[in-house]
Write a protein that binds this ligand. Structure first.
Ligand code: 0X9
Ligand code: ZN
Length: 485
């Protein structure tokens, strides 16, 4: 009963907070304790800028009047950051050479330098322009980068939200690791040789630049809205399930969804790019909360047909960074998110990582956060060739998939083979391997058979494929023998 009363009071306060528009502009990050999940959902729905939510608490951006109103009801509430704008300028002031956050200009220059230094394994393309006319860069890493090869494709994105500077750093650190490790490290070389990795480290370059230069605690893009306010939340503007829960219709809110789905050039650029490329898997980086989220975002209680696969994959990713893996809407439902579009429309295995314990960690923490997360990104790149086989793009790649990845897919997907689509892809992969064994044998080669034999000796899930390959060889021998007679 007490909980019910508290919930009712909280709803009242939410209404009051919205009715009384900010009298003061200083924004703080506040932790409210003893909040029900229904209240958190209602707050998300009303356009509150929620940074982190748990079972009975929420960390949310509030102005001073809102803080006073909530404090009456949540005596255990505490202000985590008093002045968010000052916090941003302090972080900027504390930057030292060698431990700096990327800006749009330094990121662009770094990517261009990489193309000059590693022309055989990377390529830089603009996939569109932002509201203010900045190029949105997509950086490709793969052997033969100018050719669209039939290899598993994955996409790594950062900075949908302007102030989440750390979300640019992890994609950039992954790029660095792949380029510098190519030809030196066996696994990194294999990934570059057998995958097409795409990075869009800064989806929202205008917002990022505004956040870094005007010392504003800014989240959205820099669209000039029809009522004179600025900004649409790019992560409420994707067209799949656009306009539902957890997205605001008020242009001055931080979670403003825009006038229509894909009204913004930044989300249009990602939409067109993703639909053209048919990615098998993707990660969108945000901050903060140390979470790995997977669809659906737009509502609770809606079935994700690939839930089991997402859960398994997410828990494996979480082993690298010790983050908590959960359904996106468990945090709070929100519609128009990138991950729902990437999975719902593009059928990519799509994850959102909420990095770190703060929106903008101290610059000295950048390296540690990258070290913690780059291995998870490399794992996703690797698994875009195995788990990714269940996606439409992945299925198309089966005929040309490298043998190492194909055998990994048999091992990885076997526990999920009760799912019809997974079972289908396993069959297709086994037949592809058997055909490869037969055609190699016609040329006096046996590398695929030997790899299958070795894997089958330690892993029962490969034994069926090995038997099939042997049957095909025998059949082929009999057949070619018979046709000679
Ligand atoms: O609200 C968002 O867009 C993301 N959180 S953030 O604090 N970085 O703004 C969450 C995206 C995933 N979606 C849901 N949890 N619904
Ligand atoms: Zn975000």
């Amino acid at each position: 009963m007490k909980r019910f009363l508290v919930a009712v009071l909280f709803f009242g306060v939410i209404g009051f907070c919205l009715a009384s528009e900010p009298l003061t502009t200083t924004k703080s990050l506040v932790r409210l304790e003893g909040v029900t999940h229904a209240t958190i959902v209602a707050m998300a729905d009303k356009g509150f800028d929620i940074a982190r939510a748990g079972f009975d608490f929420v960390e949310v951006v509030l102005n001073q009047d809102q803080i006073k109103a909530f404090a009456k009801l949540s005596p255990k509430s505490s202000v985590l950051i008093t002045d968010l704008d000052k916090y941003v300028s302090d972080v900027l002031a504390s930057q030292k050479a060698g431990a700096q956050y990327f800006t749009y200009d330094t990121m662009t220059q770094t990517l261009k330098d990489y193309v000059n230094k590693y022309p055989n394994i990377c390529k830089l393309n603009s996939i569109g322009k932002s509201c203010e006319g900045r190029d949105i860069w997509a950086f490709k890493i793969s052997k033969n980068p100018t050719v669209d090869e039939k290899e598993p494709r994955c996409l790594i994105m950062g900075d949908h939200h302007a102030r989440e500077w750390i979300s640019v750093e992890v994609p950039m650190a992954t790029i660095k690791m792949l380029l510098e490790g190519y030809g030196k490290d066996e696994r990194l070389t294999r990934l570059v040789d057998t995958r097409e990795c795409y990075f869009v480290p800064m989806v929202n370059p205008d917002g990022m630049t505004y956040s870094q230069t005007k010392e504003k605690f800014w989240r959205k893009n820099r669209r000039k809205n029809s009522d004179g306010t600025f900004g649409v939340d790019p992560n409420r503007n994707y067209g799949y399930k656009w306009g539902g829960a957890g997205a605001s219709t008020n242009p001055s809110d931080d979670t403003y969804r825009g006038p229509s789905g894909f009204s913004e050039p930044e989300t249009q650029a990602i939409r067109d790019f993703a639909q053209r490329m048919q990615f098998s898997a993707d990660i969108t980086f945000h901050s903060y909360a140390e979470l790995i989220l997977y669809p659906w975002s737009y509502a609770t209680g809606v079935t994700n047909p690939d839930e089991e696969l997402f859960k398994k994959f997410a828990n494996e990713l979480a082993k690298f960074n010790n983050y908590t893996a959960e359904t996106s809407s468990e945090m709070y439902p929100s519609s128009g998110d990138a991950d729902d579009f990437m999975y719902g429309v593009c059928k990519s295995l799509s994850f959102t990582f909420e990095l770190a314990k703060a929106f903008i960690p101290a610059p000295t923490e950048i390296a540690g956060i990258c070290d913690q997360n780059v291995p998870a990104v490399l794992y996703l790149i690797e698994k875009s060739g195995t788990y990714g086989l269940v996606t439409p793009g992945g299925a198309q790649n089966i005929p040309t998939l490298d043998t190492f990845s194909a055998i990994s897919a048999l091992k990885d997907l076997e526990p999920l083979s009760h799912n019809d689509i997974v079972a289908d892809r396993i069959q297709a992969t086994m037949h592809m391997l058997a055909q490869r064994v037969v055609s190699e044998e016609a040329n006096g080669e046996s590398q695929t058979l030997l790899m299958l034999q070795q894997a089958a000796s330690t892993d029962p899930s490969v034994q069926v494929a090995f038997k099939l390959a042997n049957q095909c060889r025998t059949f082929e021998k009999l057949h070619s023998g018979a046709s000679k007679n």
